[in-house]
Ligand binder design. Structure first.
Ligand code: ADP
Ligand code: MG
Length: 200
């Protein structure tokens, strides 16, 4: 089964071609390494997959569909942190999982589970403004996985963080994959991609 199928994707900013006729398909269960130098067009591609940007040409299908409901199957860890500094760690995860439609006790359970998964269960009542860069990254991941997405897209999740958090993140990518998630992992650290990915 194809989790993601991109056909002939082109994105221009004015006259500048950021993504040039790109095609890519990703199978269920893969950890796909998405590599490219700075400015190669990785984040632009990811923003199109997740619906933040519109392509000039081409199609994107998630689990065989091209609809906003298909996007509920995506967990997105953006390159720039997307967490609220004035909400606690637990409130952040609940907020994002709530956007995906989780409610009530299921929402609470999944939020706790996600915080536990990234090793922040002891910090659930704390505010991310007091967190290290690595802890913020891990919280960002918890926010992306609480709704149990089929496809997780991570855009350079280990840039500028401490080795402990880095190892934690790399191991959690493997664990998520073992739990059945398909993963797009963007990085320009070759050794990370070599460690994690079957296909690049
Ligand atoms: P990567 O994530 O691979 O480093 P990006 O997708 O962020 O690269 O950017 C690809 C290219 O498109 C870069 O040259 C960047 O400057 C340009 N670009 C990205 N977003 C915009 C935008 N909103 N307006 C104009 N140019 C952009
Ligand atoms: Mg980028």
């Amino acid at each position: 089964m194809k989790v993601l199928e991109i056909k002939n994707l082109t994105k221009k900013f004015g006259d500048f071609i950021a993504v040039d006729n790109m095609s890519l398909s990703i199978e269920d269960g893969e950890i796909f390494g998405f590599l490219g130098a700075n400015g190669a067009g990785k984040s632009t591609t990811i923003n199109i997959i997740s619906g933040l940007l519109r392509a000039n040409q081409g199609t994107v299908e998630i689990l065989g569909k091209n609809s906003k409901f298909a996007k509920m199957n995506i967990g997105m860890v953006p390159q720039d942190l997307a967490i609220y500094e004035d909400l606690t760690a637990y409130e952040n995860v609940r907020f994002f999982a709530g956007l995906y439609g989780l409610r009530g006790s299921e929402l609470n359970e999944r939020a706790n589970e996600a915080l536990q998964f990234v090793g922040l269960e002891d910090k659930h009542k704390e505010y991310p403004k007091n967190f290290s860069g690595g802890m913020k990254r891990r919280l960002n991941i918890a926010c992306a996985i609480a709704h149990r997405p089929k496809l997780i897209i991570m855009d350079e999740p280990t840039v500028g963080i401490d080795p402990h958090s880095r190892n934690y993140i790399l191991n959690s990518v493997r664990k998520l994959n073992e739990m059945g998630c398909t993963i797009i992992y963007t990085s320009h650290y070759m050794e990370e991609v070599e460690y994690l990915c079957e296909r690049i």
